[in-house]
Write a protein that binds this ligand. Sequence first.
Ligand SMILES: C[S@@+](CC[C@H](N)C(=O)[O-])C[C@H]1O[C@@H](n2cnc3c(N)ncnc32)[C@H](O)[C@@H]1O
Length: 251
Amino acid sequence: MYDSLVDANEVLSRFRDATRAAVLDHVPADQTLLDLGCGSGLDAEFFAARGYRVTAIDWSPEMMRQTVARLDRAGLLDRARVVNLGIHEIGDFAPRSFDAAYSDLGPLNCVPDLPSIAQMLSRILRSGGILVASVMGKYSPWEVITYAIKGDWERARLRWTDAAVPVPLHEGTVWTRYYSPRRFRKTFERASFKRVSLRALGLFLPPPYGRPIARTHPRLFRTLAAAERIVGRWPGSCQLGDHFLIVLRRR
Ligand SMILES: C[S@@+](CC[C@H](N)C(=O)[O-])C[C@H]1O[C@@H](n2cnc3c(N)ncnc32)[C@H](O)[C@@H]1O
C-alpha cells in the first residue's frame, strides 16, 4: 500500500533521488547512517546495498515490519538494524553513535519539538557528521496557484502557519508542521550545525499529487526537473518549493 503510493510516484521519486545523491556526495560508503522515519525502508535498502551500515528507525510498527521484510528479501539484514523508535527518542542512542543521518520526505515535519531533535542529533552525530533532510516547505508556488485557481483560499494557505496542521494520510491524520528553509536552518544552527547546501524540490516540478503530468507530458516533466536542479539552488528560489533538501554539518 505504502510503496504503491510513494515508490510509484514519479515526483516523489525525483525528490528521493536528490536525497540519495546528497548522502552519496557527502558520506563515504561503509560509514554509519541513521535513517530518521524510514517508512517502508526504500532508502535503508538502497544505502545498505551500497556498503553503508544503516540504523533505520520509525515509530510505526507496520513500517518497521515492511522495512525488515524488505531488507530480509534483499539479504541485507547483516548491514542494517531496524528499531521501532520515535524520532523524539533518539536521545537513547549513545553520544557520537553515527557518522551521518538522513530523513527523507518529511518525517521531521511530524515531530512536535524540532529544536530538541536538533540538540539530540548534535549529540549522537560525531563532530563533522552530516545531516541530509528532505522537508516539506512552507512556500509551495504550485500548491498556492492550484488551490487559488479553484478559489480554495483556506487550502492554498494551509502551510502558512507555524502551528501543526492536521493532514489526512492513509485514512489517518498526521499533525504536520511546515518549515521555511530559513527557520529550519536556524533551528539547527542553534544546535551547532552549519549549512552546507540547500535546494528546492517541487519548485518547477508539481507537488506529489500533480504526478499525472509525468505521464501526460513526459518531456515537459523532464525539462522542469532539469530546470529545477539549477534554479532551485539560486538564492531566493531555494527558499521555495513543495519540499526542500538541506545538508547540514555538525561542527
Ligand atoms: C512520508 S513518510 C516517509 C518515509 C520514508 N522516509 C520514505 O522516504 O519513504 C513519513 C514516515 O515518518 C514516520 N514518522 C513520522 N513521525 C515520526 C516520529 N515522530 N518518529 C518516527 N517516525 C515518524 C512515519 O511513520 C512514516 O513512516
